[in-house]
Write a protein that binds this ligand. Structure first.
Ligand SMILES: [Zn+2]
Length: 69
């Protein structure tokens, strides 16, 4: 998954996050890549914190169904 900004010809940082769904605590695979400049920025940490609140695919689908009903 691409995370943040990757500029043309920029060095790419790849890393794995140990993520858990904010709802059911299921482990979510988090293979992430990001540009080197973005990786070292404050925005990166903020976006990462938001990203950790995400739901797994199953909970996300369930939520979508509830909203529709
Ligand atoms: Zn979940």
């Amino acid at each position: 998954m691409r995370f943040g900004k990757i500029e043309k010809n920029e060095e790419i940082i790849k890393f794995n996050l140990e993520l858990e769904c904010a709802n059911c605590n299921k482990k979510v695979p988090g293979g992430i890549k990001s540009g080197k400049k973005y990786f070292e920025s404050i925005e990166f940490n903020e976006e990462l914190n938001e990203f950790k609140k995400n739901l797994c695919g199953i909970c996300r689908d369930r939520k979508r169904v509830q909203i529709r009903n």
